[in-house]
Design a protein around this ligand. Structure first.
Ligand code: DGI
Ligand code: FE
Ligand code: FE
Ligand code: FE
Length: 189
């Protein structure tokens, strides 16, 4: 899929504010692709499509999980955790995107995962640091990316902040989030 087509597909599907967020994630991912030597077009595609299923009907999302034999544990969560894995299946089936790096990047953009590929890590981080994000600590993570250029440390720092935030709200932590936390705790320098 070309950039222009992906932009149209996302713009048609998503509310304007969410589309704008996806554009900023795509642009941040392209910036990061230069630092970390990733393919910029694939970073753009994954960025623009990562939240494609964010507002899909929850019962349809559960149907997708079952029909496509996704991780059954996903049935214990809502759109926040489901929209990545569901979007990956949707863009594969609907637009014939078969690039596993793009599909994994979309699938894991919320939870992260252990042993992520380069584009996967870039999208996970770009979603957290895109210019309009204002979470406490986000500037430190921007420095880890753009000054220290340490992508694995950025993944770890984001996941740690996410888990702390979720625990403070007594949310259930998805197993891939924990696997990501432990894996990148060991992997960071
Ligand atoms: O750009 P967004 O779609 O808003 O951001 P996101 O997809 O990274 O995160 C969506 C939400 O998912 C966010 O509010 C935090 C939540 N989340 C992330 N990991 C987990 C989680 N929620 C639960 N319950 N468990 C998780 O492991
Ligand atoms: Fe998301
Ligand atoms: Fe995220
Ligand atoms: Fe997002």
């Amino acid at each position: 899929m070309k950039r222009k087509e992906a932009l149209k597909v996302a713009a048609d599907k998503l509310p304007k504010k969410r589309f704008k967020h996806c554009e900023r994630v795509a642009e941040t991912a392209v910036q990061m692709s230069e630092i970390f030597k990733a393919d910029k077009d694939r970073c753009f595609l994954a960025g623009i499509l990562h939240d494609y299923s964010k507002y899909d009907d929850l019962s349809k999302m559960y149907q997708t999980v079952t029909a496509e034999q996704l991780d059954p544990e996903l049935l214990e969560y809502k759109s926040e955790v489901l929209h990545g894995p569901v979007a990956a299946v949707k863009i594969k089936n609907k637009f014939n995107i078969i690039d596993e790096e793009i599909l994994n990047a979309v699938a894991h953009h919320t939870s992260g995962a252990k042993q992520m590929g380069l584009i996967e890590k870039i999208i996970y981080v770009a979603d957290y640091i895109e210019p309009k994000r204002t979470q406490p600590g986000v500037d430190q993570i921007r420095d880890i990316v753009f000054k220290e250029k340490n992508l694995d440390l950025a993944v770890y720092t984001i996941t740690k902040a996410n888990v702390k935030h979720l625990l403070n709200k007594d949310q259930t932590i998805y197993h891939k989030t924990i696997e990501c936390l432990n894996y990148y705790n060991m992997a960071r320098e």
